[in-house]
Design a protein around this ligand. Sequence first.
Ligand SMILES: Cc1ncc(COP(=O)(O)O)c(C=O)c1O
Length: 370
Amino acid sequence: MKQPQWPVSTERELELLRQVLESDRWGGYHEFVKQFEREFAAFVHCAHGVSAMNGTVTLEMALAAAGVGPGDEVIVPAISFISTATAVSRVGATPVFVDIEPLSFNMDPERAAAAVTRRTKAIIPVHFGGAMADMDRLLPLAEQHGLALIEDAAHAHGSEWNGRRAGSLGLAGSFSFQNSKVMTAGEGGMLTTNDAGFAERAWSLMDQGRKPGGGWFHHYALASNYRITGLQAAVLLAQLERLPEQISRRTRNANLLRNELAGVPGLTLQTVPERQNANSWYLLLGRIRTRDEFHRGLTAQGVPCTPFYPHPLYGNPLYQQGGCRVEPCPVAEACIADAFWLPHRVLMGDEGTTGEVAAAMRLACARGSL
Ligand SMILES: Cc1ncc(COP(=O)(O)O)c(C=O)c1O
């Protein structure tokens, strides 16, 4: 079965890339970088955007700009990509792994509340697959304990919680534009925030410790060079223009698929909270007891499927050596055995191809239960 390709580009990317190539500034000071920061921040309903090389360094910048460092603890979900945890370790703080909810795949607010200590300084909910963590419970928790809430929105470009875009609810939102993400320049990242002081500190950490408007050879903080290039910004400007239409298409197809698969024995798809009124649909997630047979059956039919992560984050050799705190995570452990995801490109086709994906999933479920 032929599936839509990802990433996609059009003449628009080429037109904007040509403008950069014909200029004498291909690097991070091309005007497209500032323009993309402005336009993406506005898309996310934020006053400030700080671009950077990827969605890993944006998390590190966010923690450092929030003043998190050695001796501090940061609460993270046990299920995510490694950067959510390593960003904490790389600023010298301790990641505290807490369990996820069984059907949303997102940080369980109750488990997060139980993990708070006097050392807790920040909390990083991940909006996994585009479905948002329960911000109605996590925001008050952060406020009650004076924690910096950093949204890891690497999956959630355009997701919305009660009308508020992912990346605008906490102190900061961290986005990735890596190859598989719903908008991409191959690599790239962005921090979004409504806090002007935080934005200035993050910008300085991205650009060699300079100050906005300050001299080129004047460095005020120990930092590095995390700038994106004008070429990346050109591609991302074009990708952002296309994002709303792509989200609509994925939403229509996700709804079609979910209707087609409702009631299939043994299959549970990710729940999207009622308060969430838009979803990027970065991943189509689910759980099925016969996961390995399901995965084999689906891939044999040409539908891409990943059998989840091989372990919760704390199961990585890095964290088996210590340097973290692990709360009980029975749900995360269970998901390792029975969860899966399909990439968003399976939701980018027309109604006909979506029907074929649903049929393939139904067949893979049936084979697994024989
Ligand atoms: C949840 C999450 N956070 C952070 C990142 C890191 O982003 P990047 O690959 O741009 O460094 C990823 C990347 O896949 C991710 O899935």
